[in-house]
Design a protein around this ligand. Structure first.
Ligand code: GLN
Length: 488
């Protein structure tokens, strides 16, 4: 490793990962902000969309978000056993760029194919790049945590760029320009990664040690799965069968929940854990439920809240109608502004020995989320009387959600790696992102229900969500008294 150079006092390799993740998130969030607007946009006129229904479009958005994070699990396996993390990130980034460029070609088939490429590429990139961050630090735990904090900033700088560029191009010039811009962003990321990959040294270079025979066997499994998968996808794209998106999203939600449940059960019963490890696993299970519930609200930003911004919010600033996606700036900007403040608050509290336990922090995250949807219910009420409403409603909603994110998301990852059974460490990232996957698909399903009958049907769904946030938050608060030791 090059030691003469550092990145904010961290190993210089962090810069390579920072810039790669920044461009990847630029493309991810930039494209995501356009997705439901494009699907539900009128099929005629300037910048024609696909003219699909809210229920269908939100379900497709949910399936997409769920798949993106679900694929982190096989992506981790492929990196661990076949490619190594560095190569997995490179191939992932290339596939993502290909996906966005495919989306830029204006056909229905290329739309779905593009989404599939982005899903597969992100599966290879997202979890594995986070793993390499950890591998840059050998045995320096404190440094590693602040490394992850810097890395979390790259996510937010990236998404700011994405909203700025893709939403403007996509909404004001043409959807496919926005998708293409996401592809160009990812290409910058690829070029940068190839140029500076050597700075990573040995981190994430080698897959797990195993015999050549075994590796060959695993590679063959992978090849067969890929052939099977692309045959099904190809048949679908050629119109041999059709899928009802909402039905598929529902089944997918059950599937993900069952997989997660079985995995926890497997660890609990068969992984030979001792009493303390079992207790920690119960803690992680409850945090997992909290995280999945949290993301089911958070991911409404590109779903139902994006539509609320388009249809019921006044977007004019000094006579200029801003792109709908620009309201989502609020999230990354608030993360960057408030992350140090949150870190400061936790540190102050810790000095007085009042640092909230992990379940309590997750409960705080969910309470902010509940509050944000309460604000939206008021906004909907006002919109029912006279629409459009001012943009302060959505901005306040995003402020509260982002405070929630800061209480929950940056510590969630480190909690899973710290409290997960040691022998299963490699899979803990996958498990954490599985909660995001469940949240994503639920977001699409709930968003579709909410918008099914225009403004009228929004509040009952948001009320339902508030109820489950409160129930889970309450359970976590009770738990925080039971498990006193679980500090982050
Ligand atoms: N905003 C974070 C990111 O993009 C977390 C997203 C998630 O886990 N759902 O990485």
């Amino acid at each position: 490793m090059n030691t003469s150079n550092t990145f904010f006092g961290h190993p210089i390799g962090l810069r390579t990962l920072f810039l790669t993740e920044m461009w990847e998130r630029m493309s991810y969030y930039g494209m995501r902000a356009l997705l439901v607007l494009y699907m539900t946009g009128a099929a005629t006129g300037f910048n024609p969309g696909l003219g699909w229904s809210q229920v269908e479009s939100q379900a497709i958005y949910g399936i997409y978000s769920g798949m993106v994070y679900f694929m982190v699990v096989p992506g981790g396996w492929i990196a661990d056993n076949i490619l190594g993390h560095q190569k997995a990130v490179l191939i992932g980034a290339l596939i993502i760029a290909l996906g966005h460029f495919t989306l830029a070609i204006p056909f229905e088939q290329t739309f779905f194919l593009g989404l599939i490429f982005v899903v597969l590429g992100t599966g290879l990139l997202k979890g594995n790049i986070s793993t390499i961050v950890g591998q840059l630090y050998e045995g320096q735990d404190d440094k590693r945590d602040s490394g992850y904090t810097i890395f979390y900033m790259s996510i937010n700088i990236g998404s700011t760029l994405g909203f700025l560029i893709c939403s403007w191009l996509g909404e004001k010039i043409g959807w496919h320009w926005g998708f293409g811009a996401a592809g160009i962003g990812m290409t910058f990321g690829v070029i940068q990664y190839i140029k500076h990959r050597n700075l990573l040294g040995d981190a994430g270079m080698h897959p797990n040690e195993m015999s050549d025979d075994k590796r060959k066997k695993y590679t063959n499994y992978l090849k067969v799965s890929l052939i099977g998968m692309f045959s099904v996808i190809g048949a679908g794209l050629l119109g041999f069968f059709a899928i009802d998106p909402r039905f598929f999203a529902e089944q997918f939600a059950y599937f993900l929940t069952i997989i997660a449940g079985l995995y926890f059960l497997y660890l609990f019963i068969f992984a030979g854990l001792n009493a303390k490890e079992r207790k920690n696993l119960i803690l992680l299970f409850l945090l997992f439920i909290g995280a999945a519930a949290f993301w089911s609200g958070f991911d409404q930003s590109a779903g139902s809240l994006n539509i609320f911004a388009r249809d019921y919010t006044n977007l004019a600033i000094l006579g200029y109608e801003i792109p709908v996606g620009w309201l989502q700036f609020a999230n990354p900007v608030i993360v960057v502004l408030f992350a140090p403040i949150f870190a400061g608050i936790w540190a102050q509290l810790a000095r007085r020995n009042l640092d909230p336990s992990l379940p309590l922090k997750f409960a705080i995250g969910l309470l902010f989320m509940a509050l944000s949807f309460f604000v939206m219910i008021i906004a909907v009420k006002i919109a029912l009387e006279s629409s459009p409403v001012g943009m302060q409603w959505l901005l306040l909603t995003y402020l509260l959600q982002t405070w929630g994110e800061l209480a929950l998301s940056p510590i969630g990852l480190s909690a899973f790696s710290r409290y997960g059974p040691k022998r299963y460490m490699g899979q803990m990232f996958g498990l954490w992102f599985l909660a995001s996957a469940i949240g994503g698909v639920l977001a699409g399903l709930l968003g579709g229900e909410a918008l099914d009958g225009g403004l009228e049907t929004i509040s009952p769904i948001f009320e339902f969500m508030i109820q489950y946030y409160l129930i889970i938050a309450f359970a976590l608060i009770v738990l925080s008294f039971v498990i006193k030791t679980a500090k982050e």
